[in-house]
Write a protein that binds this ligand. Structure first.
Ligand SMILES: [Zn+2]
Length: 494
């Protein structure tokens, strides 16, 4: 299939084409091979023919919730039956036209493999081509507590197709060059943050140093590598970028590096980039001799499968690929499309992905700055662009005794004063709704100051503050196997 146009096209024509591809994908693959959506559409008495327009889509197709996904990840994986092999009665057999394609592809694979592999039959080669198209080969899941983590799977055809196209969007920035040297600060783990920042530069043919996180290579050593290598682009979580750059500033003060003047681009993702974090990063860049380096934001999620939606330059909005995503912005109260330019919850659908495929996913992310569809003044691409601030309806706010607590604000305020990974706040409710709110702080830090900071920012009163050794704090924050610190534990009854 040809690439969807992103230049020299009107937003309306592009949206119509994106929807046409979604509609085609629905009939051709999703409603044939997805156990979940085949059953759902059947239960509603709906077929692909009933979805002719965007209005049909919005009115007839229900949202898919996080709970539905978490109750049955396997049923969201497209899994056609293969002739003559064990069949799942819930899904259809692969289309005959595809079988002809797999036959031709199998022949090509045999020619490329030369005489290395043991000889196999033409039928076996055809089956292997089918597996490359449909068998999940890469899994990602969110960190944190076990049990209800989100999961996704990718096929080989996903990595060569939609994922590679997503990776191309990372070329789309004013300061990109084909020789730009990247460093990924994402810790190693079975999560998209790590794989995304590994695969995107590799698929783009960019030089990459993957540091696997501070517990594999100390932050100090990472900085020394970056200084020696002349690293130009850094990918990291927002909070770790802050800490990493502070370490670099300290090493510079000790005379161990001469700044990091080669830095051109920093991409902050996986956590909200608060104004406090951004200001701290910019101040460090000035000290390190890289005042012109750009700080761009990205976002993705396990379910989304993208290598990340990202800005092409500061303030341009996160660019979405309309070839592989159909996005809607929905008013959280009315559940109807938000007015143009107004905030709403991001609802998205996969187009032409295999492996895990989700339609009309209620992400829970609010896009407070709204969406624009016109040509980007930075790069000239006509694609949907999401404008910050972004918030997770569930994760970024909690209710404590009836009051709404803004967690991004709280964390940013604490981390402008306290070192990273030095504290934890725990809110536990008993069966009568009585809350205990405890703070944990690294020994040597000022407990009264911590208490005053939490109260001053969000009017949350800590019942107690316990001091922890570095090992105790490390266990509290990362002991559940996560890759982002569990700085807040919230166990209130919903
Ligand atoms: Zn742009």
């Amino acid at each position: 299939m040809s690439a969807l146009r992103c230049r020299g096209v009107t937003p309306e024509a592009q949206r119509a084409e994106s929807f046409a591809r979604l509609r085609d994908f629905l009939g051709r693959e999703v409603l044939r091979y997805s156990p979940f959506y085949r059953a759902r559409f059947a239960a509603l008495g709906l077929t692909a023919e009933d979805i002719a327009t965007e209005a049909d889509w919005a009115n007839k197709v229900p949202f898919t919730s996080k709970d539905e996904l978490r109750d049955g990840f396997a049923d969201f994986v497209l899994a056609p039956n293969y002739p003559g092999r064990k069949a799942d009665p819930r899904v259809a057999e692969i289309a005959p036209s595809e079988m002809a394609r797999y036959h031709a592809q199998g022949e090509r694979m045999a020619a490329e493999a030369g005489d290395i592999e043991p000889p196999v039959s033409a039928e076996e080669r055809q089956y292997r081509a089918f597996l490359h198209d449909w068998q999940p080969i890469l899994y990602t899941r969110t960190g944190g507590t076990t049990g209800n983590a989100a999961q996704s799977s990718y096929t080989l055809s996903d990595l060569h197709g939609p994922f590679k196209r997503c990776a191309l969007f990372h070329h789309n920035m004013v300061h990109w060059s084909p020789e730009q040297r990247f460093m990924s600060l994402l810790p190693a783990g079975e999560h998209l943050g790590f794989y995304g920042n590994l695969l995107v530069p590799i698929l783009n043919g960019q030089p990459l140093r993957a540091m696997m996180g501070g517990r594999t290579v100390s932050t100090e050593n990472q900085v020394l590598v970056a200084a020696k290598d002349g690293t130009q682009a850094l990918y990291g979580t927002s909070s770790y970028l802050v800490n990493w750059l502070e370490t670099a500033v300290a090493l510079q003060a000790e005379g161990r590096i001469a700044g990091l003047p080669a830095l051109q681009l920093l991409s902050a993702s996986a956590e909200a980039l608060s104004e406090g974090y951004a200001a701290s990063i910019r101040a460090a860049l000035v000290k390190l001799g890289a005042p012109g380096a750009k700080l761009v934001q990205g976002m993705s999620s396990t379910e989304l499968k993208s290598g990340g939606f990202r800005e092409c330059d500061e303030g341009m909005g996160l660019h979405v690929d309309p070839q592989h995503y159909f996005i809607e912005l929905i008013d959280p109260d009315t559940k109807l499309p938000a007015e143009p330019g107004k905030p709403g919850v991001l609802v998205w659908s996969h187009i032409d992905w295999h492996g895990t495929v989700i339609l009309r996913y209620w992400s829970g992310d609010t896009i407070d700055g709204g969406v624009r569809y016109d040509a980007c003044p930075g790069c000239g691409l006509t694609v949907p662009r999401l404008f910050p601030p972004f918030r997770r309806l569930v994760a970024d706010f909690i209710k404590v005794k009836g009051a709404r607590v803004d967690l991004a604000e709280l964390r940013a305020a604490i981390e402008t004063v306290m070192p990273r990974d030095s504290y934890q706040i725990e809110i536990i409710g008993d069966e009568h709704g009585k809350l205990s709110i405890r703070g944990y702080l690294l020994e040597g830090l000022d407990a009264e100051r911590f208490r005053a900071l939490v109260f001053g920012t969000v009017e949350l009163r800590l019942d107690s503050v316990a001091l922890c050794t570095p090992a105790e704090m490390q266990h509290r924050l990362y002991g559940a196997g996560g890759w982002k610190p569990r700085w807040l534990i919230n166990e209130q009854a919903p």
